[in-house]
Write a protein that binds this ligand. Structure first.
Ligand SMILES: Cc1ncc(COP(=O)(O)O)c(C=O)c1O
Length: 392
C-alpha cells in the first residue's frame, strides 16, 4: 500500500492530550475493574421525549428527505431568535443574526478560519476547551493565552494582558459557565469585555455551551445581554447540553451580522445544512416546554452537592462550581495534575481529567464531570476516602 503523507496543515494540528488517558481507562475496564469515569463531558441523560417524538414524526416527512436549504430552515432561525428573547430578553433578527451550526464545536472551529489570516492573533482562555486550538491551527493563526486564576474567579484579568498583543488581537474566545473551571461570569465582566473589544477592534466569540446550567438559583448571563455586545461579537449556543442532544449535532451562532454572514459563507462551501428532521426537532426543543431544562439543572446541582460536600468531609479543600457540569478541584500538595489523576485511576479506579490538558494554567487541578449518578459520585467519594493521603 502506498503511504500518503498528510498535508503540513494536518500535521500542525494539536495532539489529542486525552487520547492516552482514554486508552488507559479502556485497559482498566478490559482488565475487569469497575472504573468510575468522571473524566469526560458526555451528557448521560436522554433527550426529552417530546423532542425525540418530533424527530420521529419529521423523519417520516418526505420533504425532509431532500437537501435542506444551504443556510438552514428559517423556522429554526426564528426559534433561536424566540429563545433568546424569552430566556435573555435579547432581540435577534432571525434573517441576519443567526447561523445554524452542526453543533457548537463546528462554529468554534470555523470562526478563526472566517476572520483570521495566517499569523493573526487570537486571545484564548488558559485553561480552556481544547477544541479552540484546533480551529486556530487550521487558520494558521497565533494564540495568545489569557490566564484564568482562582483569585480572579477564573475570569481573565484584562489589565495584565500585554498591550501589544491586545492591539494586534482580532478575535477573543470566552466561555462562561466555564469548562473546565465551572466559573460563571457577571454582567459587569461582559460590559468590560465589550469596552475592551471596542477599544482594540476585537471580535468576541462567547461560547455559551453551558448557558443552561447555573447553580444556587443563579441563571448564567448571556454575553449578548451586555450593552453593545451584538456590535462586537457573537455567542455560540448548542442544544447538546441544554437538551441532552450531544449526538444530534445542532447549535447556532447569534450576534454581529457580518460575522454571521462569514460563517454562512464558509458553511455554504463546506456543507449543506442539517437533516430537516433534526432542525424541526431542534425548533421544538427551543420553543417547547422547558421543565426538562429546570429538572436537568436540579439533577446536576444535586450531584454537585454530593461530590463537593463528600470531598470536603474528607478534609479536601475543594470549591463548588457555580455552573457547567464540571467541578475543578485543586490537587493535594505534592502532586502534579497528571500524577494525581494517575493515582486516582490506579488506586481508586476513578478517572478524572488532569488540568494540564486544558493549558498551563490548568496545572494543579483536575476536572471532574458530574455526569454519573449521585450513587456513583458517592461511591467515588467513598473510594477516595480510602486513599492513604485522605486517611485521617
Ligand atoms: C466549552 C465547550 N464548548 C463547546 C462544546 C461543543 O459542544 P457541541 O459541539 O456538542 O455543541 C463543548 C462540548 O463539550 C464544550 O465543553
Amino acid at each position: 500500500m502506498k503511504q500518503f503523507q498528510s498535508s503540513e496543515l494536518l500535521k500542525s494540528l494539536p495532539k489529542q492530550f486525552f487520547a492516552g488517558l482514554v486508552k488507559k481507562v479502556g485497559e482498566y475496564i478490559a482488565a475487569g475493574h469497575d472504573v468510575i469515569n468522571l473524566g469526560q463531558g458526555n451528557p448521560d441523560q436522554p433527550t426529552p421525549p417530546h423532542i425525540v417524538a418530533k424527530l420521529q414524526e419529521a423523519a417520516a416527512n418526505p420533504l425532509n428527505h431532500k437537501y435542506s436549504p444551504f443556510q438552514g430552515f428559517g423556522y429554526l432561525k426564528q426559534a433561536a431568535a424566540d429563545f433568546y428573547l424569552r430566556e435573555y430578553g435579547v432581540t435577534i433578527d432571525a434573517n441576519k443574526e443567526v447561523a445554524i451550526l452542526f453543533g457548537g464545536k463546528a462554529g468554534l472551529v470555523e470562526i478563526p478560519q472566517c476572520l483570521l489570516n495566517p499569523g493573526d492573533t487570537i486571545l484564548v482562555p488558559d485553561p480552556g476547551y481544547p477544541d479552540y486550538w484546533s480551529g486556530i491551527a487550521l487558520a494558521q493563526a497565533e494564540m495568545v493565552t489569557m490566564p484564568l486564576r482562582a483569585e480572579n474567579g477564573f475570569l481573565p484579568n484584562y489589565q495584565e494582558l500585554d498591550s501589544a498583543a491586545l492591539s494586534k488581537a482580532k478575535l477573543m474566545f470566552l466561555n462562561y459557565p466555564n469548562n473546565p473551571t465551572g466559573a460563571t461570569a457577571s454582567m459587569e465582566f461582559f460590559t468590560e469585555t465589550v469596552k475592551l473589544a471596542n477599544e482594540n477592534d476585537i471580535c468576541v466569540v462567547h461560547d455559551f455551551a453551558y448557558g443552561a446550567i447555573g447553580f444556587d438559583g443563579v441563571k448564567p448571563v448571556s454575553f449578548l445581554q451586555a450593552d453593545g455586545a451584538k456590535e462586537v461579537g457573537i455567542e455560540i449556543y448548542t442544544l447538546s447540553k441544554t437538551y441532552n442532544m450531544a449526538g444530534w449535532r445542532v447549535g447556532f451562532a447569534v450576534g454581529n451580522e457580518t460575522v454571521i454572514s462569514a460563517i454562512e459563507l464558509l458553511q455554504d462551501h463546506l456543507y449543506v445544512s442539517l437533516f430537516g428532521a433534526v432542525q424541526e426537532a431542534a425548533a421544538v426543543a427551543l420553543t417547547g416546554p422547558q421543565d426538562c431544562v429546570n429538572e436537568l439543572n436540579e439533577l446536576y446541582e444535586r450531584r454537585r452537592n454530593v461530590l463537593i460536600t463528600g470531598l470536603q468531609s474528607l478534609g479536601w479543600n475543594v470549591t463548588a462550581p457555580k455552573g457547567s457540569f464540571f467541578a475543578w478541584l485543586k490537587v493535594p500538595d505534592g502532586y502534579t495534575s497528571e500524577e494525581f489523576s494517575t493515582m486516582l485511576l490506579e488506586q481508586a479506579h476513578i478517572m478524572v481529567a488532569p488540568g494540564i490538558g486544558f493549558g498551563n494554567f490548568g496545572e494543579g487541578y483536575v476536572r471532574v464531570g458530574l455526569l454519573s449518578s449521585e450513587e456513583r459520585l458517592a461511591e467515588a467519594v467513598r473510594r477516595i476516602s480510602g486513599l492513604e493521603i485522605f486517611k485521617k
